[in-house]
Write a protein that binds this ligand. Structure first.
Ligand SMILES: [Zn+2]
Length: 410
């Protein structure tokens, strides 16, 4: 049977993607090794590699002289395949970075933002930084592969639409439309924790893991569930809203941004740590925090509490420790349900990793079933507070790896 041209093109693109992904995870790798790993014959591999070279997605790098066979030319991803703009829309900040195709940062800027000033202002602020990033890169002459935007909340991937972000109180924001009109770039939109999970899988500590959970901790707590080798999105694409799983609704507990009481994130997010610290100061505990606030003319923040903890401030250390225990409770639940190989913590709160981890580990070992807990590692994100920013980059890279023909020949 003769396959039609559409089928052939489809098979070609699938094979190109398989080869490109293998080069991404296994580099440096030879054509012969690619043939063995894909099961494709050598002439097919040779033709696929030629095409990837023409599209400048890979390049040749030295020779392999190991073994008795003929030395073979090795291939790896071409970092200069193109530039990518990543945008992380935090709730109280905006981060923009430009990277190469391997996620190496070439340019970046982070600005504080105030969601109380409204959606329009925050988007205009973001667009201002994005335009500056684009100008800087155009001067260097590299092609753009796309712009990725990581946002809290639920996202319609096909439409590039933010459906609802409880922590921003934003609904139905057409990010793709807004950003493509203003930048003329191809726009990708993804939930911040999902984006970060993809980053860990492509570039970070989960490169070789098939089952892991990324936990984003900042103003809220979000999860990216990576199960059986792919991101799990759930029935309507909203899976991973782990921060709103109810732990216990106590009347005294802070109301969550989603409107409920007792959500896990209200016990473990950054505001909960500030609250814990404030409560300690109210009962006149000795701490260097008031002095630091006066010296820096700053309000209480996670970086400030971290600075106090680094200076040995017991109250700061204990505030983090309590939050670590609250985090551990949620982690234990995730471990019992999903039996992940790894739980990875990233986002703004991860700067306090070393103060959070002991509490997390203690609570996990108390509440997770021992057999399952033994298999799960709790790890710091490779990108720490930048996990979702690199995630915004990763969603573009991931799409190019799936659709290599989207990068035109040069
Ligand atoms: Zn909630």
């Amino acid at each position: 049977m003769i396959k039609n041209t559409a089928d052939q093109a489809f098979v070609r693109e699938m094979n190109l993607s398989t080869a490109l992904r293998l080069i991404h995870t296994q580099a440096p790798i030879s054509r012969a090794q690619l043939a063995v790993m894909t099961g494709l014959n050598k002439s097919t591999i040779s033709s696929l590699v030629d095409e990837l070279l023409e599209r400048q997605l890979v390049h040749e790098t030295g020779m392999n002289s190991i073994g008795t066979g003929r030395p073979a030319t090795l291939l790896e991803i071409n970092p200069q395949a193109g530039s990518i703009i990543g945008v992380e829309l935090g709730v109280d900040f905006v981060s923009v970075a430009v990277t190469d195709f391997l996620g190496n940062i070439l340019w970046r800027r982070r600005e504080d933002a105030d969601p109380a000033e409204g959606q329009e202002k925050m988007i205009a602020q973001t667009l201002g930084i994005v335009k500056e990033a684009a100008t800087t890169c155009k001067r260097k002459g590299s092609r753009f592969l796309g712009l990725g935007l990581a946002t809290p909340g639920t996202v319609d991937l096909n439409e590039g639409l933010l459906i609802f972000a409880p922590n921003l109180h934003w609904r139905n924001v057409p990010f793709r439309k807004i950003f493509s009109e203003q930048t003329k770039l191809k726009i990708y939109v993804e939930n911040d924790a999902n984006a970060a999970a993809i980053a860990e899988h492509l570039f970070g500590v989960a490169r070789h893991s098939k089952n892991f959970i990324f936990v984003f901790a900042g103003v809220g707590i979000g999860g990216g569930l990576f199960l059986n080798g792919q991101l799990y999105r759930g029935g309507n694409g909203y899976a991973g809203e782990i921060g709103h799983s109810p732990i216990m609704a106590e009347p005294s507990q802070t109301v969550c941004h989603c409107g409920n009481r007792g959500c896990w994130e209200t016990y473990a997010n950054q505001y909960s740590i500030i609250q814990r610290m404030q409560a300690r100061l109210e009962v006149k505990r000795t701490s260097i925090i008031p002095r630091l606030m006066a010296e820096q003319n700053a309000s209480m923040s996670i970086p400030l509490i971290k600075q106090a903890a680094d200076a040995g401030d017991i109250e700061a250390i204990e505030s983090f420790s309590e939050a670590g225990h609250a985090m551990g409770q949620g982690f234990a639940g995730l471990i019992n349900i999903f039996n992940p190989e790894k739980i990875i913590l990233g986002g703004p709160l991860s700067i306090a990793w070393k103060y959070l981890l002991p509490g997390i580990e203690e609570t996990v070992s108390r509440h997770a079933l021992p057999e399952i807990d033994q298999q799960a590692e709790v790890l710091l994100s490779s990108f720490g507070p930048d996990a979702s920013l690199i995630g915004a980059i990763a969603i573009v890279v991931d799409d190019v790896l799936s659709n290599p023909m989207s990068a035109e020949r040069r």
